[in-house]
Design a protein around this ligand. Structure first.
Ligand code: FES
Ligand code: FES
Length: 141
């Protein structure tokens, strides 16, 4: 598949060989799922993280993106960047850093925004699941 010339080679690389495409079981208690959509174009990104519950470290990540090449490349980069990091750490990843890494043109900034939002949503999902399961064990007896 060919992309227009103005795309940086890193976009093309991540688009042609996206890293970490796939899905984890969203009901797995150690998994956080972030599902976000871009209002500007209707594209959708799902990014999932797997957390080591003892250390709070992200040990694995994967994504599925129904979107443009920049969104696919952004999610691929995002999964690479979150692996091995603490949850609080990945909350500071900015879409502008992803866009810069991929040299995205300004019209494609919203595509990298999807990745930032998806990371945040995945962490939030994991945390709310944990809070819920805590409440659940207390109330079942
Ligand atoms: Fe893939 Fe940098 S080129 S994360
Ligand atoms: Fe919609 Fe890129 S054009 S995510």
């Amino acid at each position: 598949l060919r992309l227009p010339r103005f795309y940086h080679e890193r976009v093309v690389d991540h688009y042609n060989n996206p890293r970490n495409v796939g899905s984890f079981d969203k009901n797995d208690p150690s998994v956080g799922t972030g599902l976000v959509g871009a209002p500007a174009c209707g594209d959708v990104m799902k990014l999932q993280i797997k957390i080591d519950e003892e250390t709070g470290k992200i040990i694995d990540a994967c994504f599925k993106t129904f979107g443009c090449g920049s969104a696919i490349a952004s999610s691929s980069v995002a999964t690479e960047w979150v692996k091995g990091k603490q949850m609080e750490e990945v909350l500071t990843i900015k879409n502008t850093e992803i866009a810069k890494h991929l040299s995205l043109p300004p019209v494609k900034l919203h595509c990298s925004m999807l990745a930032e939002d998806a990371i945040k949503a995945a962490v939030k999902d994991y945390e709310s699941k944990r809070a819920k399961s805590g409440a659940h064990t207390e109330s079942t007896t």
